[in-house]
Design a protein around this ligand. Structure first.
Ligand code: 6GU
Length: 241
């Protein structure tokens, strides 16, 4: 997968050299380039923002550097899926991460200040898919932290990036539920024991316990997820829980 990130703070993306994503890049599974938007400015101050049309607080990113950046990075005929992190975007979910993991090329446009002039996204939409995505209902200074999160969520789904593919199947959100709590050794720590069922070696009972814990957790913490489950997703034992 090819990934391009356009930002006025390239250093913010430095963590993408680390850990499993760094290894995927060195292994050639992911090719990731971070571009400084100011490369496409021409004035002495390398200006990227200006006051909002119609008035109001904050600054908006001017369209010209963005237009030049996208022209330079996307000469065609192939085009990336352009993702624009924004608190006004559609919620980023595991389902979307799964879809994006199958794409050959992603580009991220990181807005700062109060966002990017809408004409940039409208013009880009004429030649490539564009999606504004939000991490959740809170406001960050800019899109860079969202790119770190999205790139991590997407690249770990690419075959060969994660060591153990089985852990993907068993994690939170895969079946629409939050994952059950997990434990390791020692069996007793500081007066607290690992739940006895997990020490039983009884695979079916363990599976049932984990499923019940997932249902309980999801009901307590994310009733919206439970309500969204299709009816067929719950078996008879689930309903007793
Ligand atoms: Cl994707 N961007 C910004 N700037 N703020 C956010 C966000 C994204 N998601 C939640 N808050």
């Amino acid at each position: 997968m090819k990934i391009d990130v356009i930002t006025v703070f390239p250093e913010y993306l430095a963590p993408l050299d680390l850990s499993l994503i760094g290894r995927a890049r060195r292994d050639g599974i992911v090719s990731l380039d971070v571009h400084d938007l100011r490369r496409w400015t021409h004035d002495i101050h390398r200006t990227v923002d200006d006051t909002p049309a119609g008035g109001g607080a904050g600054m908006i990113m001017r369209p010209e550097p963005w237009g030049e950046a996208l022209d330079a990075l996307v000469p065609g005929p192939e085009v990336p899926h352009l993702l624009v992190p924004s608190p006004a975007g559609v919620p980023f979910t595991q389902a979307q991460a799964v879809r994006l993991a199958a794409e050959p090329w992603l580009a991220f446009a990181c807005g700062r200040y109060e966002g990017i002039d809408q004409r940039v996204l409208d013009a880009a939409s004429d030649r490539m898919p564009v999606t504004e995505v939000s991490l959740g209902d809170y406001v960050l200074f800019g899109g860079e932290v969202a790119v770190l999160a999205i790139v991590e969520a997407v690249t770990r789904l690419i075959p060969g990036v994660l060591g153990n593919a089985a852990s993907l199947a068993e994690e939170s959100h895969n079946d629409g539920l939050l994952e059950a709590p997990s434990y390791t050794k020692p069996a007793s720590w500081d007066g607290r024991d690992v739940p006895e069922v997990l020490m039983s070696g009884h695979h079916a009972r363990i599976q049932r316990w984990r499923r019940d814990q997932a249902l309980l957790r999801t009901a307590q913490r994310r009733p919206d997820l439970l309500a969204a489950l299709p009816k067929e997703a719950l078996d008879r034992a689930d309903r007793r829980c």
